[in-house]
Design a protein around this ligand. Structure first.
Ligand SMILES: [Zn+2]
Length: 354
C-alpha cells in the first residue's frame, strides 16, 4: 500500500504552489477514504491538513511536506530499480509522508496510548512559515515531533540554527585613475569577511559539529569602472551550533570596527536531548527493526522542526533512507520505507511520549 501511495505522490508535480496544493488535497482524499477525519487549512495560498487519531494526555506529531524542489519532467514518473524508487521528492520527503499516511490508515481502529497528529504541509522548501509555522502558531504543537525528512533511519536530534546578516563596509570614493586618494570599500569588505571568520563563535565546536558554517552569499558594490567604491554590502548565511546564542554572534560581529550590521532571518537550532525517554524508546524500536544500533546525529540544514523548537517542544528529523534529494536521480530505498512504517506503528502503539 505504502509504495503505491508513494508512486502516486511522486507523479504529482508539487514544485509549484498549485501542485503542492493538489498533493495536499490528494493526501486528504486518500485519508478520508481510509475513514480518517481530515481538517484542511489554507494560509497565503498554501494548503495543509491535520488529522488526529488515538487518545491520551500526550500528542505525538508526525509532520511531513509534500512540496518538492523543481525537477526535470522524467523525475515525476516514478521508476523502480534495484530496490530503489527514483523520482523527485521520493526521499525528500514523499516517502516519509506516504509512510505516515499508511500508518494512520492502519491504526484508525487500534487503541493507542497517546494521540497521534498528522500534519501534511506544502511550503517546507521555501521556509515553512505559511504552513507548519502557521499550524504551530495556531496551537498544533503536540508534545513530541517527528519530521519525516530522509535520515537513513538515523535520529537527527540536533540541527544548526540559521542567522542571516547583512554587513555594510565603508570606504572613501575617489576617481578610478587615482585610487590612492580613496579607500576601496570592496577591499575593506574582504578584510571584514576575514575578521568574521576569525571571531570566537566561528571557532567553537560541539558534540556533532566541527564548527558553525559561514557562507558569504551575496556581495554588492561599485557602479562605475572609474570610481573607487565607497560602500560594499555583504550578505551572510550563518549556520550556528546548538548551544550558541544568535545575539552573542551578532554582538561579536558588531565589535568589528566601522561596519553596519543588519540582522535578517533567524531560526533557533534544534537540540533535543538524546536521553529524552521518548528517544530512548525510539532508539530501541529502530535497532529491533533494523538489526543495528540506532545512530544519533546532527543535521547541517534546517527543517520544519524549527517552528516547534521555538516553543521548546522536542523535535527530531527521522525518516527513510535515500539520496540525491534536490538533485538528479533522487531516490528512496524501498526497504527503508517499509521499515520506517513498521517503526512508526510500533512507536504509536507503545504510547509513551514523555
Ligand atoms: Zn524536506
Amino acid at each position: 500500500m505504502v509504495i503505491d501511495l508513494l508512486k502516486n505522490l511522486i507523479s504529482i508535480d508539487s514544485s509549484t504552489i498549485i501542485g503542492g496544493n493538489i498533493a495536499v488535497d490528494f493526501c486528504g482524499k486518500w485519508l478520508a477514504e481510509q475513514g480518517l477525519e481530515v481538517s484542511f487549512f489554507e494560509n497565503n495560498g498554501y494548503r495543509m491538513l491535520v488529522s488526529e487519531i488515538g487518545e491520551g494526555d500526550s500528542t505525538l506529531v508526525l509532520n511531513g511536506h509534500v512540496d518538492v524542489v523543481a525537477g526535470s519532467p522524467r523525475q515525476f514518473t516514478p521508476m523502480e530499480e534495484g530496490g530503489r524508487l527514483y523520482g523527485r521528492g521520493s526521499a525528500d520527503m514523499k516517502a516519509g509522508v506516504a509512510a505516515m499516511m499508511a500508518t494512520f490508515a492502519k491504526l484508525t481502529s487500534r487503541k493507542l496510548g497517546c494521540k497521534l497528529q498528522l500534519q501534511i504541509v506544502s511550503d517546507e522548501e521555501i521556509g515553512g512559515m505559511n504552513c507548519t509555522g502557521f499550524l504551530v502558531e495556531n496551537g498544533y504543537r503536540g508534545d513530541f515531533v517527528i519530521c519525516a525528512e530522509p535520515t537513513g533511519l538515523g535520529i537527527a536530534n540536533q540541527a544548526k540554527g540559521i542567522l542571516r546578516v547583512d554587513i555594510t563596509a565603508y570606504g572613501k570614493a575617489a576617481h578610478g585613475s587615482r585610487p590612492w586618494e580613496g579607500v576601496n570599500a570592496i577591499e575593506v569588505a574582504y578584510d571584514v569577511y576575514r575578521q568574521v571568520l576569525d571571531l570566537p563563535f566561528a571557532k567553537e565546536s560541539s558534540e556533532y559539529y566541527q564548527s558553525p558554517s559561514i557562507n558569504l552569499a551575496k556581495i554588492e558594490a561599485g557602479n562605475a569602472y572609474n570610481v573607487v567604491p565607497d560602500e560594499c554590502r555583504m550578505g551572510f548565511d550563518i549556520r550556528y551550533l546548538p548551544g550558541q546564542n544568535h545575539e552573542e554572534i551578532l554582538r561579536q560581529i558588531g565589535s568589528i570596527n566601522g561596519i553596519e550590521v543588519v540582522p535578517g532571518l533567524h531560526a533557533e537550532p534544534i537540540h533535543t536531548a538524546r536521553s529524552h525517554p521518548f528517544l530512548l524508546g525510539l532508539a530501541d524500536i529502530v535497532s529491533r527493526q533494523t538489526g543495528e544500533e540506532a545512530v544519533f546525529f546532527g543535521q547541517h540544514g534546517s527543517a520544519d522542526t524549527v517552528f516547534f523548537a521555538k516553543y521548546g517542544i522536542p523535535a527530531i528529523e527521522f525518516g527513510p533512507d535515500g539520496d540525491n534529494w534536490h538533485g538528479e536521480d533522487e531516490y528512496v530505498d524501498i526497504n527503508s520505507v517499509l521499515q520506517f512504517e513498521k517503526i512508526l506503528i510500533e512507536l504509536a502503539c507503545s504510547g509513551k511520549i514523555t
